[in-house]
Design a protein around this ligand. Structure first.
Ligand code: SF4
Ligand code: SF4
Length: 271
């Protein structure tokens, strides 16, 4: 039986693995937080490999779906990720670290030696860290679910879409769109704050601005963000693009660097 038919066959229990590379395990915790839905979910799937929740894991069997959280920050991460890809028919990146690099990639511009010395102050020979990069830079992912952490509703929708043979879709609108539908007072227009909502993929229902806090961009860039319009909007309010860039870097620094906008900010100089 092919994986596609195993996923959609109500008599089959697709084998699922959930894994964490370097990260905070917050996305795995969000899956556990689907308390009301978990029991019906495990009637439909078999979780065969998840060290966060069980000790009798099968580390080698083929997987119909594998979920991976975190960045590649060590050679061990890369070996683990490669092995998971080889086992999985459908591979899903969960969380902004796996999709965009997230917080661990924020300080990639500083050398590992300097970071190790500043943090540990002593013998750092035991460290084997490399520059932190999103898991999605290294292997092909079939689906990517951003968020810091992921939204429970989006995770459940994605699983149900896979089990019903349809393709899960992420919201294409920015956080700003959701913010407007909630009739929030705009943090930029009314409070002159640095808010990343116009450049960030929606799906969180504008959680932060709805609580009076500017969006920090934790879901990563929306498709085709209009950076030029944003530069103008912030400049008109006396907010430098450097400020907004630093805020965007918190969660999606590698994407930000690739966009080439750093040169626009710095004129090609290192900040
Ligand atoms: S507060 Fe932020 S997310 Fe909301 S409309 Fe203003 S810029 Fe957009
Ligand atoms: S408003 Fe922005 S920072 Fe807050 S949860 Fe949504 S994407 Fe993340």
């Amino acid at each position: 039986m092919t994986t596609a038919s195993r996923l959609t066959d109500p008599a089959a229990k697709p084998r699922v693995g959930i894994f964490g590379l370097t990260g905070c395990a917050g996305d795995q915790l969000q899956i556990l937080n689907c308390e009301d839905e978990l029991l019906s979910l495990v009637e439909r799937i078999e979780i065969v490999d998840w060290v966060m929740t069980k000790s009798d894991n099968d580390n080698h069997c083929p997987l119909d779906i594998a979920f991976v959280e975190g960045v590649v920050a060590t050679e061990r991460d890369l070996a683990a990720l490669t092995a998971i890809r080889a086992r999985a028919d459908t591979l899903v990146a969960i969380g902004t670290c796996a999709v965009w690099g997230g917080l661990p990639a924020m300080k990639n511009a500083i050398s590992r030696d300097v970071l190790a010395r500043e943090v540990y102050h002593a013998d750092t020979a035991f460290l084997d860290t490399v520059e932190a990069r999103p898991a999605s830079d290294f292997v092909r992912f079939d689906h990517k679910l951003p968020g810091c952490p992921i939204e429970r509703g989006e995770f459940l929708k994605l699983v149900h879409a896979l089990l019903s043979g349809t393709r899960p879709e992420l919201p294409r609108v920015p956080v700003c769109w959701e913010c407007k539908t909630r009739e929030n007072l705009c943090r930029v227009i009314y409070f002159d704050e640095v808010c990343c909502g116009a450049m960030t993929r929606g799906g969180c229902d504008a959680r932060c601005p709805s609580h009076g806090v500017a969006c920090g961009g934790c879901r990563g860039p929306v498709e085709a963000p209009n950076y030029d319009a944003n530069i103008t909007m912030f400049r008109d309010r006396g907010i430098s693009w450097v400020e907004i860039a630093r805020r965007m870097e918190h969660f999606s620094a590698p994407a930000w660097m690739k966009s080439g906008l750093e040169n626009e900010v710095t004129g090609g100089r290192k900040r």
